[in-house]
Write a protein that binds this ligand. Sequence first.
Ligand SMILES: Cc1cc2nc3c(=O)[nH]c(=O)nc-3n(C[C@H](O)[C@H](O)[C@H](O)COP(=O)(O)O)c2cc1C
Length: 166
Amino acid sequence: MGESIDAAKFREVLGHFPTGVVVITAIAPDGSPLGMTVGSFTSVSLDPPLVAFLPEKKSRSWARLRASGPRFGVNVLAHHQDEVSASVALRETEKFAGFEWRLSPTGLPVVSGCVAYIDCTTEQIVEAGDHDIVIGRVDHLAVEAGGDPLVFHAGAYGTVFRHLPK
Ligand SMILES: Cc1cc2nc3c(=O)[nH]c(=O)nc-3n(C[C@H](O)[C@H](O)[C@H](O)COP(=O)(O)O)c2cc1C
């Protein structure tokens, strides 16, 4: 029999699992860039090539991304892009004002200097509690700047050690 799980304890315990930080992007009908900062990104399948992220159902950013159409970009942030992460996570529309970006060959916003980007078309949206699981088929992908990624762990930003100390 499961114990009832307190929300604060859930966040605290799950916060011990480190994640990378990505910015999900799309273009709004008026041509402006849309974005959402997400830690819940993962690769899913190689054949066919699928990835996934988990937006909160009540997120206004996710509602705007979803309404813009089935295509979305995934930008893997670099270790020095914590301010990009924070800016895109804000509850406002002018999220892209403080940094450079351009369009990828398939027409999705790419954050300049990100480690890598992955352009996708939504294949399936699975409801999972208070979140959706958005599964995207990869249309185009590239390493952009490479280098060390931004990591979120225990409520703070960091990066990775390339090798475990011996
Ligand atoms: C490092 C980091 C990781 C995040 N990961 C997620 C995530 O996986 N799913 C999600 O729904 N929101 C995530 N957020 C929150 C959103 O970026 C954003 O703050 C939230 O969607 C704002 O609410 P709005 O979409 O209603 O404007 C994350 C925020 C940060 C800073």
